[in-house]
Design a protein around this ligand. Structure first.
Ligand code: NAD
Length: 360
């Protein structure tokens, strides 16, 4: 029986498909803005940014090419000052989660709309979540001002995304869908979206890793990432995400790499408390033995993405601090946990072995 639920859909215009990048100028005009602050940080992103130089109806008031993961506070301060100096009334971001994250902190302080053109699978363009990092702490918040007004997904822009970014970024997206099954705000509509996201990612990631130039595979993967971003946007960061935030904010691990390592272990930890959700997840990944955590680890290993925290440069001595910080930030979780449980999870993720099912 379908349970009672509350679902708050987020307001946003989305254009999806190969070649959609050519609609960016028209979409900016549609917002009626005049002075655009354009953020980009990769070769094809910069090329698209440069093509916006001479437009009818608006002007590029400034361009910005410096971005960093987790949005360091000094970078945020400088970008905000540049947006003020340019008298920007909109931000266009063409890039991954780092570009989108910077656009969000400007939107937050300047109350201007964002047009986002994502070039990775991070999914930040689908959420009202922003982050700023200072003093080894990643502070996140939620505010409707930072949700991009318009998003243009063009899989052709992702054809050149290197394999070392593609695989982990796809796991970042996968994590959004997995956690949407049980995060605060979870509901059947979002679960349906999330499982469609998992199916799209699970089906397309091996194709894209084998042939990064496969446009059909890239299109499916970007679609899966879009759905997964929506799933996060409609729920909240939960158990696994909070652990990854600590690994990124305190130890400066690459966000997507941390996701690809931790996700199978976080799922293995929670599985016993989520039998129905795990059955759905296993089904979406065609795991006939019902072991969703194992299927995620297998996909990671087959996609050549990092599977151990040691591989990411974390030291064994860091695990206790990471566990204590995460335990104080996670909040409610389907399976009760202690800092010692998180430490044990991180130790398994550190060695990188395939997770085995756990008893509650
Ligand atoms: P990223 O934006 O740092 O991009 C990774 C690298 O790929 C960069 O060097 C970038 O220049 C390059 N790149 C991006 N697109 C490219 C392309 N098409 N071709 C070639 N190179 C390209 O990394 P990310 O994983 O996309 O984003 C991570 C950040 O996003 C983290 O700070 C994370 O916290 C944040 N994030 C936020 C949310 C949210 O809802 N707020 C959700 C997910 C991620």
């Amino acid at each position: 029986m379908t349970p009672d639920f509350v679902y708050e859909a987020l307001p946003q215009r989305v254009l999806f498909g190969a070649g959609r990048r050519h609609d960016v100028a028209a979409e900016i005009r549609r917002l009626g803005v005049r002075r655009v602050f354009v953020i980009s940080d990769s070769a094809n992103g910069n090329e698209l940014a440069d093509s916006l130089g001479d437009e009818v109806g608006f002007q590029v008031a400034a361009t910005w090419r410096e971005t960093a993961q987790h949005v360091p506070e000094d970078l945020a301060a400088r970008a905000r000052a540049a947006a003020t100096a340019a008298a920007a009334d909109a931000v266009v971001t063409i890039g991954g989660g780092s570009s989108t994250g910077l656009a969000k902190v400007i939107a937050l302080s300047h109350d201007v709309p964002i047009v986002a053109v994502p070039t990775t699978y991070a999914g930040s363009e689908q959420t009202a979540i922003y982050a700023i990092t200072g003093g080894r702490h990643k502070q996140t918040g939620k505010n409707a001002l930072v949700l991009p007004r318009t998003v243009l997904y063009d899989p052709e822009l992702t054809l050149g995304l290197p394999a070392r970014v593609t695989g982990p970024s796809a796991f970042n997206a996968m994590a959004h869908s997995v956690e949407a099954l049980y995060a605060p705000g979870a509901n059947p509509v979002v679960s349906a979206l999330a499982m469609a996201g998992v199916r799209a990612i699970h089906g397309s990631l091996p194709i894209v890793m084998a042939d990064p130039g496969d446009l059909a595979g890239r299109t499916d993967l970007l679609y899966g990432a879009y759905l997964s971003g929506m799933a996060l946007g409609a729920t909240a960061a939960a158990f696994h995400h909070k652990i990854c935030h600590v690994l990124g904010g305190t130890f400066n691990l690459v966000h997507a790499d941390a996701h690809s390592v931790v996700l199978p272990h976080a799922v293995a930890f929670n599985a016993s408390a989520l039998p129905d959700e795990m059955a759905m997840l296993a089904d979406a990944m065609r795991a006939t033995d019902g072991d969703a955590a194992g299927a995620l680890w297998d996909l990671a290993a087959a996609s050549n993405v990092p599977t151990s925290l040691a591989q990411l440069g974390l030291q064994r001595d860091d695990l206790a601090e990471a566990a204590n910080r995460a335990a104080s930030e996670i909040g409610p979780n389907p399976r009760p946990y202690t800092a010692a449980d998180i430490l044990a999870l991180l130790e398994r993720a550190f060695s990188g072995d395939r997770p085995s099912p756990q008893r509650a």
